[in-house]
Design a binder for this molecule. Structure first.
Ligand code: NAD
Length: 289
């Protein structure tokens, strides 16, 4: 056998179901806010933070029923959660959301800046409204929420019984903070912006023991990218970009967020943690180069 062939799988591997993690109560006593938590990755993150003992504010911009369903699921599992409606791109709504969070929970320890959207178009057809919408939600929304969280973290400082850090921000970035994406220039620009906003912010607030990190998902099975996985043809096409040969599930991301929110990652600050099945490994070069 040609030794090069020996390294290649003969068949497409089946999707493997991940084993459940044991609960470690890693976030006991902590107060978390997850933006865009009524769908996809945000929903899974909210459930996982609650499972680890955090009280969770479930932010949503529309669809009350789906936000209430996440709150109900957390409560059914013995957790504590509230839903807070706010558009993260609107300064007054963000400030009102943080005021409500403080009123209900007293403070905030963990912010997961997750809300995001796409509005795709070839560049020459992209309207200013499409550009602004994506930048306003994906980048300015993260700025507005991070600023409110930082103000509270600095005011309160470290409470050593709760966490080694005065606060943690985890941003949902994307592999597109480094991979260019034709036809999605506004989205890639927003995530590239998130990368340097976060690294600069991490540098600025590290002396206060505040940690700011990003999770960069590859292709995760959620409503935002349904077209990329819904049909067998689309799924097969997607696999050309993923050396690990399966789509990511929201839980792949939630586990990373739990780690970054917990003291287990206390020395991680300003990192971009790629959870992407190898999408950033230039899979095209596996055959060429
Ligand atoms: P999703 O569409 O299921 O979730 C996005 C959430 O953001 C929804 O709850 C939506 O209502 C909310 N949202 C949108 N605009 C908002 C606003 N103005 N204010 C508050 N909430 C708002 O998609 P998802 O895949 O779960 O996306 C979550 C995050 O993950 C996004 O930031 C996205 O860019 C990022 N991401 C997703 C993937 C993927 O493959 N699914 C890959 C990389 C990054």
């Amino acid at each position: 056998m040609n030794p090069e062939q020996a390294h290649k799988p003969d068949t497409v591997l089946p999707d493997v179901v991940m084993p459940k993690c044991p609960h470690r109560n890693l976030l006991h006593g902590q107060k978390a806010l997850v933006t865009g938590a009524n769908s996809g990755i945000g929903r899974s993150v909210a459930l996982h933070l609650a499972r680890e003992g955090a009280d969770v504010a479930v932010n949503y911009a529309f669809d009350d029923a789906s936000a209430q369903a996440v709150v109900a699921e957390i409560k059914a599992n013995g957790g504590h959660a509230i839903a807070i409606k706010a558009d993260v791109s609107q300064e007054e709504q963000v400030q009102a959301m943080f005021a409500q969070m403080r009123q209900e929970f007293g403070t905030i320890d963990i912010l997961v800046n997750n809300a995001g959207l796409q509005s795709d178009a070839p560049f020459h057809e992209m309207t200013l409204a499409q550009w602004n919408k994506v930048i306003n939600v994906n980048l300015t929304g993260q700025f507005l929420c991070a600023r409110e969280a930082i103000r509270e973290f600095k005011r309160r400082g470290v409470v050593k019984e709760i966490s080694c850090a005065a606060g943690k921000i985890i941003s949902m970035s994307s592999v597109h903070e480094i991979i260019p994406w034709s036809g999605h220039v506004n989205y890639a620009a927003s995530k590239g912006g998130v990368m340097l906003m976060n690294k600069s912010l991490a540098q600025e607030v590290a002396p206060y023991r505040i940690r700011v990190n990003s999770v960069c998902p590859g292709a995760i099975r959620t409503p935002i990218n349904r077209d990329a996985w819904e049909t067998p043809e689309a799924y097969a096409d997607l696999m050309k970009l993923i050396p690990y040969n399966r789509i990511g599930e929201p839980e792949d991301i939630s586990r990373a967020v739990v780690w970054l929110a917990s003291d287990d990652s206390d020395y991680a600050n300003g990192i971009s943690l790629f959870i992407d099945g190898g999408m950033t490994l230039y899979p095209g070069f596996a055959e060429g180069g």
